[in-house]
Write a protein that binds this ligand. Structure first.
Ligand SMILES: *Cc1c(COP(=O)(O)O)cnc(C)c1O
Length: 387
């Protein structure tokens, strides 16, 4: 199935809604049945028929069909946030006494899910450096049920060899889950590489307009059935029909936005790498990235996010640089139309100059849809303020 068919037509039954080109927002909580027998037949099948919007809704269903096909998965579920999708994926595959192997420095709330939340229910974990497969081999215990990957992660961009981890997990009967928010399903084909569950903060590139918080989960039908019947229906972290409609709208332009972002990011990264006031740039498609060849092998797309370590005497110079940028908004998140910065010194003590993982002079950049030259000129004038 080609990409344009998936994004423009799949799942859209236009004859059912006045031949309207754009689908309707079916803003209803429930659906009625004409006789007892059809209601009886619907109950065991809530994921695929329409009973109640906490389970399935026609607008959400269009979105589910499209994102499943986009990822090359049999099925997909949509959640009210990326974190809801991540929690459902993990919790659907563990019980008290089980163990999770997770990569170090995952998204912050993935870390808290394992170390502050699931730990209360008797699920233990180990967080490992995922850049070497030997570390996975060493971390697996007899009760390990899930390996959680995030490749690359979203601040320092360490990768895992996805195919190698999948091979190991399959030999041991362990479920693999990957947070694929950095690349999207277009930029990294996790399901094709054998990963069991792909999850996304769809708030980022999939939404693309900084106006919706949402999460996606793609997997086999069997896995989706299991998570639907338990975590989705029980915890109820569903998307509203209105937000699902906005997410369908966003899918129409996803490949175009990714193309533009990749081209612009390459230009800004190149500028930064040659800048005398930059110590180092971390970007998976840069030749200087320690896992560059693995990145080229398993990622079809890379753009938007990179991190720069700038030359600055102290935190106050970093702050002057950040505060001087006019075209970059200082904000969390990424994946929208607007360029952003996130300085590491904002989430730690101002005087702490010795932190290895997130040094005071590390700044994450996100490149949006602006003209790259405008962004480059903005960075240059900010450097001049501390030069
Ligand atoms: C933002 C983000 C999340 C969380 O997603 P929400 O939609 O904010 O709940 C998870 N993983 C990564 C990599 C993210 O960047």
């Amino acid at each position: 199935m080609d990409l344009s068919y998936i994004l423009n037509h799949l799942g859209e039954e236009r004859g059912q809604y006045f031949d309207a080109v754009a689908p309707p927002i079916i803003q209803t909580s429930n659906f009625y049945f004409k006789n007892v027998n059809s209601l009886r037949n619907a109950f065991p099948n809530e994921k695929d028929v329409h009973v109640y919007t906490r389970g399935n809704n026609p607008t959400v269903e269009i979105l589910r069909k499209k994102i499943a096909a986009l990822a090359g998965a049999e099925d997909a579920l949509v959640f009210s946030s990326g974190v809801a999708a991540i929690s459902a994926a993990v919790m659907g595959n563990v019980q008290s006494g089980d163990h999770v192997v997770c990569v170090k420095k995952p998204y912050g709330w993935t870390d808290k899910l394992l170390n502050r939340f699931l730990s209360r229910y008797g699920v233990t974990n180990i967080m490992i450096d995922g850049t070497s497969i030997e570390n996975f081999v060493a971390a697996i215990q007899p009760n390990t049920k899930v390996i959680f990957l995030e490749s690359p992660n979203s601040f320092t961009f360490e990768l895992q060899d996805i195919k190698a981890v999948v091979k190991l997990a399959k030999e041991r009967g362990i479920v693999t889950i990957i947070d694929n928010s950095y690349c999207t399903s277009i930029g990294q084909r996790c399901i094709d590489m054998g990963v069991d569950i792909e999850v996304h903060s769809a708030t980022k590139y999939f939404g693309g307009h900084s106006d919706v918080v949402a999460g996606y989960l793609m997997s086999s039908r069997k896995m989706a059935d299991k998570i639907f019947a338990s975590e989705l229906l029980n915890m109820g972290g569903i998307i509203s029909p209105n937000d699902a409609w906005l997410m369908i709208r966003s899918l129409r332009t996803l490949p175009l936005r990714l193309e533009r972002i990749q081209a612009s990011t390459a230009k800004v990264v190149d500028f930064m790498e040659h800048h005398p006031q930059v110590e180092r740039v971390i970007f998976p498609f840069s030749e200087s990235h320690p896992q560059h060849s693995l990145a080229k092998e398993q990622m079809q797309w890379c753009g938007g996010l990179f991190t720069a370590i700038i030359k600055a005497k102290d935190t106050s110079q970093v702050e002057t640089f950040c505060n001087s940028l006019k075209r970059f908004l200082m904000a969390v998140s990424w994946g929208g139309y607007e360029s952003l910065i996130m300085p590491a010194c904002s989430f730690q003590n101002r005087d702490d100059l010795e932190l290895k993982d997130y040094p005071y002079n590390m700044i994450r950049f996100y490149i949006g849809l602006e003209e790259p030259q405008v962004l480059i000129e903005d960075i240059e004038q900010a450097f001049q303020k501390i030069g």
